[in-house]
Design a protein around this ligand. Structure first.
Ligand code: R1P
Length: 316
């Protein structure tokens, strides 16, 4: 595959370097997940799918699909007659960054992106429940802290950094809350704030004696920092952050310095991407309960339907 333009590499067909998609292959409304198996299960909810005769773990024959060499899976079809895509991105903040930027590059006009993932719960939400975070912050290991003598580091800094909270689109959040409650029952749907961590282990407070992590107090620190912290996972912050950083065509010019050399970032009050997220609780971090396979199989299609209902309900 030969690429042109080192600034934003694309191949001769116009496919992006990592997600591997080109204009015309992705809808303006996108549901993103981590696990490709979840993407395939959710694709069975799309229009015109022959559920009886689609072999397990296979994208239904009537849908467009593309598996990239870097592990992204894109599926495009329609839901209730409205074009939608599902993109499985794998895990972590870098994969979310590849996904949002490369999808934005090949779609014209406004986009709505909803992440449907799994998470750990720091609240009373228990395994199988759904959380719909109206904001998210980033929890990052403070790498410098671990560079030398820990006692010296502790005198001047903390082992983990917390970013500011970035908000989801309020209409998407409300719509998700409503549709999730309708399908799963109000008592199983939680609001709150998500913490996106840069590790599944250290910055999510998991104890591992093979490494110096200084994370025994992390849960207390997170809840002190943001009392509404309900979930921990690894992608949502970047989605909310990039949606807030997204520009419309008429605003893009403002991203370059004006005559006075100033970048007018304060003018970015309208964005080309609106984003929301919801997540199934797989791990209850206070009780150490972990979800059973059968429970995932029950919740996933129901919550997935609520996400599709929300995606098509939101006006572009
Ligand atoms: C960790 O096991 C993965 O699961 C969660 C985390 O954010 C991380 O990506 O989300 P997904 O189920 O969407 O992958």
């Amino acid at each position: 595959m030969s690429m042109t333009n080192a600034n934003f590499p694309m191949d001769a067909e116009g496919r992006t370097y990592h997600v591997g998609i080109k204009h015309g292959e992705l809808a303006n409304r996108v549901l993103t997940v981590g696990d490709p198996a979840r993407a395939i299960i959710l694709s069975l909810l799309l229009d015109g799918v022959d559920r009886e005769n689609t072999p397990p773990k296979t994208v239904p024959a009537n849908l467009f699909s593309y598996s990239s060499h870097r592990g992204f899976l894109t599926i495009t079809g329609a839901y209730k007659g409205v074009p939608v895509s599902i993109v499985a991105i794998g895990m972590g903040v870098s994969m979310m960054d590849f996904f949002v930027r490369e999808c934005r590059a090949v779609v014209d006009g406004p986009m709505v992106i909803i992440r449907f993932g799994s998470c750990g719960s720091l609240s009373d939400a228990t395994v199988g429940d759904i959380c719909v975070p109206f904001g998210s912050y980033l929890v990052q290991r403070n790498y410098d802290y671990f560079s030398g003598d820990i006692a010296t580091a502790a005198a001047t800094s903390k082992p983990y950094h917390m970013s500011k909270v970035f908000e989801a689109d309020p209409e998407i959040t409300q719509t998700l809350m409503k549709n999730m409650s309708g399908l799963l029952g109000k008592e199983h749907v939680w609001s709150g704030i998500n913490a996106t961590a840069d590790s599944f282990y250290s910055s999510q407070g998991r104890q591992d004696n093979n490494f110096v992590d200084v994370n025994q107090e992390l849960f207390t620190d997170l809840v002190e920092y943001e009392p509404n912290t309900t979930t921990l996972e690894m992608e949502t912050f970047i989605l909310y952050h990039l949606a807030k950083s997204s520009t419309t065509a008429s605003m893009a010019a403002w991203a370059t310095p004006q005559e006075d050399g100033v970048v007018s970032t304060h003018k970015y009050d309208k964005h080309s991407i609106r984003a929301g997220a919801c997540m199934m609780v797989f791990a209850q971090r206070k009780t150490n309960a972990f979800i059973a396979k059968g429970e995932v199989a029950r919740v996933e299609p129901l919550a997935g339907k609520a996400v599709f209902d929300s995606l098509v309900e939101i006006a572009l």
